[in-house]
Design a protein. Structure first.
Length: 647
């Protein structure tokens, strides 16, 4: 950027590029054509955000110049992929899309090791791989890589740029899209911007929210939400070298960026596009809800945060239109849809957004053996705008937070906090009488509903199973949750280890976990369990086989594409959830330890057509009564439905 200070002191990585002059002019023409459509929107948004800047026009021109440059440097295969995706904008909405999320080191050791495991992903039918942060992280504590020290460098212990590029190429050749984190809200205190700020450089200090005394921090603290109230209390950290308070929503070494400064926006936008040129297909936009602060609010979900995301999307449309943006906004159900863009901007923000309420509500249904909260969440979930989709999941590297459900529970219960507290206590399983083996997260006197950590297999009871029956029940619970993620309508993502029922690596009560019990769900992928995946005599083997089968069903059922309409069928039994997808598919979930008999007539099936079971009793015709076994599901399909060809 000509008008801004140097954005990166690190040497930018060279993306693979082989642009001949002729090709370059063609690229310019392509960019110009896209600009005609995109510019009015982009300019208006940026003007709203940064129009006060005296030199706005120069800044804007320089930004577009940098974005054009990123487009020019994009490699030929990526340009081809962009063109293909522009022609098939629903490519990621298909029922064939299934994701997997893992840390590089815990899954494959290194980038090269991940390449070696692509066959394992293919075996499961995975088409999307989220690799948790792999950019150069802060030395020392770094929040699992979420404290980024350089956007242009890879974490050295994971391998070289050559190995990373080999990985992106191999993934692309295998039909797997790569998702990477882009930590939007903060950088590590070791990032050059933070180092510059700490050294007293006022230009870099303006990249952050800093204050000379407690006046403003105290005012913000009245309403801003705390994320780690026990282990990193407060939202501000005193910087000794700067002699100022600095905004740190998460850990003290993660410095929140100040997006009121256009240089921050430009720096992050161009960092993203340079990363896209390495072959990243999807950006998981970490902590999006927090990127704009406003006094008197909880400093989440502010309108300007949405403007920033929409401006980023617009730049992606210009320079890397095959790339997707995925919002990580762990917020209440009512706040989620705005991450797709609202009203006249619907569909102009993120392509994907985590449905964290659905995830938490499914766990709540398991605890309560009632789908009341889950049904409330499903009812409160509007269809996502065209060209967007939920990301559905069961577990991830983070805790299961119950706060996102507060408003939903308040709609059906006069004492929402008590209800959520009971669910939290259930998964803590501290009395040893219950099946889950989870650990509380950020528990303390002012937090009545602490979040829960633990691997899915530990929380569903595989870890604590003492008999073949209790083990089977636990496996069924795990698969029931995954069945919902696969059938709800969205892009389902499997969390590493769940497919082989991997349990907590250590006891949930281990004192070292007190600092951050999220490490409970971050073990190395177990070689032993991986080997057992073909052995039906083991939990790993049974869960893996069944998960593969469910994924295979999903691929053939076009009704499970993300954009097929969804509705709920009213059920009399409180433990049931019944979803209709399009006209041809009904999926029933029994969240209880009892078998539940359903009268097929109550499902409102079109009686002129014949219906059949897809999964259990595959092929059998649905007759008057059907039984949904404890902790199980039934997928019912109109017999005349054409199936997607398996591939
Ligand atoms: C996101 C990540 C989480 C991290 C936080 C701060 O929520 O998923 O692991 O601690 O952002 O970067």
């Amino acid at each position: 950027m000509s008008s801004n200070p140097p954005l990166f002191s690190d040497t930018p990585v060279a993306a693979p590029s082989n642009t001949a002059p002729m090709e370059a002019s063609l690229r310019d023409a392509t960019f110009d054509a896209r600009l005609i459509t995109e510019e009015p929107f982009l300019r208006a948004i940026l003007q709203r955000l940064y129009g006060d800047l005296q030199s706005f026009d120069d800044w804007y021109r320089a930004l577009l110049q940098d974005v054009r440059q990123c487009h020019t440097e994009r490699s030929a295969p990526l340009h081809l992929q962009d063109a293909d995706r522009i022609a098939r904008p629903d490519w990621f909405l298909q029922s064939s899309m299934v994701g997997y999320s893992a840390y590089v080191d815990r899954f494959g050791g290194t980038f090269a090791g991940v390449s070696q495991r692509i066959h394992y992903l293919r075996e499961m039918g995975v088409t999307y791989l989220h690799l948790l942060p792999f950019l150069r992280a802060r030395t020392g504590d770094n929040d699992g890589g979420f404290a980024v020290a350089a956007f242009d460098d890879l974490e050295p212990r994971l391998g070289t740029m050559t190995e990373f590029l080999q990985l992106t190429t191999s993934l692309r050749d295998s039909g797997i899209s790569l998702c990477a984190d882009l930590v939007l809200n903060h950088v590590a205190d070791q990032h050059p911007w933070a180092v510059g700020a700490a050294s007293g450089d006022p230009t870099f200090q303006s990249y952050f929210h800093t204050y000379p005394d407690r006046t403003m921090p105290d005012r913000f603290a009245e309403t801003a939400r705390q994320i780690f109230p026990q282990t990193a209390p407060g939202n501000f950290t005193w910087s000794e070298p700067m002699q100022r308070w600095i905004w740190t929503t998460f850990y003290p070494y993660q410095w929140d960026l100040n997006y009121r400064n256009p240089a921050v926006f430009a720096g992050m936008a161009t960092a993203m596009l340079r990363l896209a040129n390495l072959g990243i297909d999807i950006f998981r936009l970490d902590s999006t809800a927090f990127i704009w602060k406003r006094e008197g609010t909880d400093c989440m979900n502010q309108p300007e945060a949405h403007d920033i995301l929409q401006a980023l999307r617009s730049l992606v449309n210009l320079a890397a239109p095959g790339v997707l943006l995925q919002a990580e906004a762990i917020v209440t159900t009512a706040n989620l849809p705005s991450y797709f863009g609202r009203a006249d901007r619907a569909g102009r923000e993120c392509h994907l957004a985590y449905h964290s309420s659905l995830m938490a509500a499914a766990w709540a249904a398991m605890a309560e053996q009632s789908t009341a909260i889950l049904r409330q969440v499903v009812a409160a979930t509007p269809p996502s705008p065209a060209g967007t989709s939920w990301l559905t999941y069961v577990r991830c590297h983070d805790d299961i937070g119950w706060q996102v459900l507060y408003d939903d529970v308040a709609c059906i219960d006069a004492a929402p906090l008590q209800r959520l507290a009971a669910i939290s206590a259930f998964f803590n399983g501290a009395d040893g009488q219950r099946f889950p083996a989870g650990a509380l997260f950020q528990a303390g006197p002012d937090n009545p509903t602490p979040a829960i950590n633990g691997m899915a297999a530990a929380l569903t009871g595989v870890e604590r199973a003492t008999s073949p029956e209790s083990r089977r029940a636990a496996e069924n619970r795990l698969l029931l949750l995954y069945g919902l993620a696969l059938a709800f309508g969205g892009l389902p993502v499997i969390y590493m280890g769940d497919e082989i029922a991997q349990c907590n690596p250590i006891s949930a009560a281990t004192p070292e976990l007190a600092q951050d019990s999220r490490w409970l769900q971050r073990p190395n992928l177990s070689d032993e369990l991986m080997h057992q995946r073909t052995d039906p005599g083991t939990s790993a083997g049974r869960v893996f086989a069944r998960m593969r089968t469910l994924v295979a069903y999903r691929r053939t059922l076009s009704a499970l594409a993300a954009d097929t309409p969804r509705s709920m069928i009213p059920m009399t039994d409180p433990a049931m959830l019944a979803l209709r997808r399009g006209d041809n598919l009904i999926v029933l979930f029994n969240f209880s330890e009892r078998p539940i008999a359903i009268d097929a007539h109550d499902l409102g099936m079109d009686a002129t057509r014949s219906w059949q079971h897809v999964d259990d009793d595959a092929g059998a015709v649905v007759t008057g009564q059907l039984l949904v076994a404890p902790w199980s599901m039934r997928w019912l399909l109109c017999a005349d439905t054409p199936l997607n060809a398996p591939n």
